[in-house]
Design a binder for this molecule. Structure first.
Ligand SMILES: O=C(O)CCC(=O)C(=O)O
Length: 270
């Protein structure tokens, strides 16, 4: 799937791109059918909310589920990513997860750029990684959508970030956050947009985009599949002992091989 010149310009200008109806209801059903099985597994890749009960993130799902492996290599995500990063650029899968935000209890994510954590924690040299989201539920104003500061990727917010480490769950998830005064100065210039859409919506955003999301106080779940792809030439350079949770940054730098467009339905066929 190719992005149009208008979509490419929009991505460069605002730092993100929404891809409506990227996956059909049938395809999203095939993905969500896997989630209860993944949730039932007791393993460190299932990171809990601070309350210690509900699962906040399901990590490394490409290794745990064939359909999520296929999703992570799906041409409707990888072809636009390659178009943005350069057609012949080998990409590896840096992270592959579902952010769950359970009804009533799913917590938000503080103001950050992804690059600050990729760079400070993992030694990723350049802000090239792309975060590829697929909405597995309808995302509305009620269930904790992401908020973006459009164009903030061009304002070098990450150089203003303090190297603060936040533990946002019991598994010591690290997130480099942006201080409130920097957020205020930035969003006073850029404004804010909330990213909503029906299940099956796709979303691409870059490593330097300033963003945040609130809690899910609604009775409806908000599940988003997220895979981060990064050029192999830009891979992590720091793999220290204090980062034991390797699923936060996968260590397999083998270039991703694109699956076929009908891979999800083909997998489900008898
Ligand atoms: O799932 C969310 O609400 C936030 C996700 C996020 O901040 C990210 O993928 O970088």
């Amino acid at each position: 799937m190719k992005l149009t010149p208008q979509q490419m310009t929009l991505f460069q200008t605002q730092g993100f791109l929404i891809l409506p109806s990227l996956f059909s209801n049938e395809e999203v059903d095939l993905l969500t059918a896997e989630i209860d099985r993944l949730l039932a597994e007791t393993r460190p890749e299932n990171a809990l909310e601070a309350g210690g009960k509900e699962v906040r993130n399901l990590h490394s799902i490409h290794k745990r589920s064939r359909v999520f492996d296929l999703l992570s290599r799906h041409p409707r995500l990888l072809e636009p990513a390659r178009q943005i990063l350069g057609e012949d650029t080998p990409l590896y899968l840096q992270q592959c997860k579902i952010n769950l935000k359970a009804p009533f209890v799913g917590a938000g994510y503080e103001w950050h750029t992804d690059f600050a954590t990729h760079h400070n924690r993992d030694g990723v040299p350049l802000p090239l990684a792309l975060n590829l989201h697929v909405f597995l539920d309808d995302v509305t104003e009620f269930n904790g959508p992401l908020y973006f500061a459009p164009g903030s990727q061009r304002m070098d917010v990450s150089s203003m970030e303090v190297s603060s480490v936040k533990n946002v769950d019991s598994k010591a998830w690290e997130l480099w956050t942006v201080p409130n005064d920097v957020v205020r100065e930035t969003v006073n210039k850029t404004g804010l947009v909330s990213i909503k859409g029906p299940r099956g919506t796709g979303l691409i955003f870059g490593d330097l985009l300033l963003h945040v999301s609130g809690a899910n106080i609604s009775p409806w779940s908000r599940r988003i599949a997220s895979s981060i792809v990064n050029p192999v030439s830009n891979r992590m350079t720091r793999m220290t002992d204090n980062q034991p949770l390797v699923f936060q940054h996968e260590r397999d730098f083998t270039p991703l091989v694109t699956a076929s467009d009908d891979c999800l339905r083909a997998k489900a066929a008898p």
